[in-house]
Design a protein around this ligand. Structure first.
Ligand code: TRP
Length: 358
């Protein structure tokens, strides 16, 4: 290795533990994470505090899902030797920075965040969501900035959060570090800012359609193929994919067709993929035949992931995951505490230096 770990730019991204991860997570962000592990100093955060914003009464479920996320990550090839797993609730600097950042964001700016609005609608939260719910968007700025990350691999739906994070970083640098507002984003730190202005890195498919053929793939909409699904389940779910095509001889439409999105994403034989497109648009192949091939491609892709996951099942698996989380959280705290010290010094809050142990 030529560059030392400390000299590599940092990535921070994460998932909220709401259940097992699915193919949408893979194409949106996981794939980029796995790919960039050598180039960047990577921090992958389990947003278990955020899980309580909508499931405060489901502590047992949140704990189970927290371990499931870690298992999914390790199964897809996130390497605990190269990347750091971050358990959000055990990083006090994140909660503290959230408070300071909340003061830099107008309340109405947060409430206009389109991702929050979409979630309120999708989860049917009406006007009875908790105070903590919109606060999570501010917390997400702190997740990223606590690690002074430069790159945030996320799905399309998270872009609005990253934009808000960029605004917070710019405001902080301007107000507390005296960075001139005309400074280019890339030069923020060179000009004395505490925080780099992070960029979102979107996946190769910005929005994977669910098996309902309509909505974004999502656990809550019951239209997801999970990374841990077995062969039979994959086949069953793929067979149900809604394409809207009436008969096998109708000219098929590729655009916005979930089946072809999956085919493009997971078939490794690109010549066969091109052939399928031609046959389908000419009305020379039925949906059923395409579905079988696509299910096979997804299964081939998921087989090694499933196999690795099997190594983490049971109480022994849980113990191994908890051990990794503890070790990594202590590493993560070293970085986040350093950031907090820098931020507090800029804010004239440098009353003393604390150390935490975990
Ligand atoms: N809100 C993200 C999601 O639900 C998870 C998340 C929390 C996150 N903190 C983050 C993503 C920081 C990127 C960066 O998917």
């Amino acid at each position: 290795m030529t560059a030392s770990i400390a000299s590599r730019a940092r990535i921070l991204t994460g998932d909220t533990p709401t259940g097992r991860l699915h193919l949408g997570h893979w194409v949106g962000s996981l794939e980029n994470r796995v790919r960039l592990q050598d180039q960047y100093d990577c921090y992958f955060l389990i947003a278990n505090m955020h899980a309580y914003t909508t499931r405060a009464e489901k502590a047992v479920d949140v704990r189970r899902d927290t371990l499931e996320i870690a298992k999914d990550w390790l199964s897809v090839g996130i390497d605990p030797e190269r990347s750091t797993l971050v358990l959000q609730t055990e990083i006090p600097a994140i909660a503290e920075l959230s408070w300071y950042f909340a003061m830099l964001l107008p309340f109405n700016r947060v409430m206009r965040n389109p991702t929050l609005k979409a979630e309120i609608e999708a989860k049917d939260l009406g006007d009875h969501y908790s105070f903590g719910f919109p606060l999570y968007a501010v917390g997400q700025c702190a997740d990223i900035l606590a690690f002074r990350a430069e790159l945030v691999p996320v799905g399309e739906d998270q872009k609005a959060h990253i934009e808000m994070c960029r605004e917070v970083a710019r405001s902080f640098n301007r107000i507390y570090s005296g960075v001139d507002p005309t400074t280019k984003d890339d030069d923020a730190v060179a000009n004395g800012g505490v925080f780099p202005i992070p960029s979102a890195l979107l996946g190769r498919i910005s929005r994977l359609i669910g098996t309902d053929g309509k909505h974004k793939m999502s656990k809550s909409l019951d239209n997801a193929i999970f990374l841990s699904d077995d062969t039979a389940t994959i086949l069953k779910k793929t067979k149900k994919v809604v394409t809207g095509r009436q008969s096998a001889t109708d000219p098929g439409v590729i655009e916005n067709n979930a089946l072809f999105q999956y085919a493009r994403a997971f078939m490794t034989d690109t010549a066969r993929y091109a052939e399928l497109e031609t046959l389908y648009t000419a009305g020379q192949i039925g949906d059923g035949d395409v579905k079988k091939e696509v299910a096979g491609a997804i299964d081939t892709f998921l087989a090694p992931i499933r196999e690795r996951r099997a190594g983490f099942e049971g109480t022994q698996g849980d113990a191994r995951i908890l051990e990794i989380l503890r070790e990594h959280t202590s590493r993560a705290n070293a970085v986040a505490e350093e950031t907090l010290r820098m931020a507090k010094a800029a804010m004239k809050l440098d009353y003393g230096a604390r150390t935490i142990s975990f």
